[in-house]
Design a binder for this molecule. Structure first.
Ligand code: SME
Length: 153
């Protein structure tokens, strides 16, 4: 398990560098790329931002295009994370009733909110083609990624 934690720590260092150097939109796109390329079970990585009016708008992403470019708060896993302001880790999306499917290849999903001064401003969404792909280490790692991003937004 320590191998995974060490890899995550290395990736966090890269992400910190990217956040220092790039404009935030460029940085978010680069973070999607870094996450997808360095972690084999991260098959789709994207950012949804709040429009301030109870909708999530898809911004930067890496992976196949999705029809879900605008999601109402409360709808799907992304919308539930936005409404509750908490992370959602779904081991098997076929068992989730409030779910918006992007691809039949997706088996599990994790969504982590980006918070600023207690306010929900967006989220990081990751889909995997593996069942049970994500664990607490992923959640902690992605929570830290989102914290670092929120400092720049
Ligand atoms: N599956 C998500 C929709 C977004 S896609 O995964 C890119 C959901 O249920 O909210």
């Amino acid at each position: 398990m320590s191998g995974k934690k060490e890899r995550f720590d290395k990736i966090l260092n890269k992400i910190e560098d990217v956040l220092e150097e790039e404009h935030i939109e460029v940085a978010r796109k680069e973070i999607c790329r870094i996450l997808k390329e360095n972690i084999d079970y991260y098959n789709w990585v994207g950012f949804y931002l709040s429009d301030g009016n109870n909708y999530l708008i898809l911004k930067e992403y890496e992976g196949e295009p999705t029809i879900h470019t605008k999601i109402r708060f409360g709808e799907g896993i992304c919308g539930q994370a936005a409404e509750t302001k908490r992370a959602f880790l779904v081991n098997d999306v076929s068992k989730e009733t409030n779910y918006l499917s992007c691809s039949i290849k997706v088996k599990s999903e994790i969504v982590v909110p980006i918070m600023q001064d207690g306010r929900f401003i967006g989220e990081l969404d990751i889909d995997s083609h593996k069942l049970n792909a994500f664990d607490e280490l992923d959640r902690e790692f992605l929570t830290e990624v989102c914290r670092l991003i929120s400092l720049r937004m």
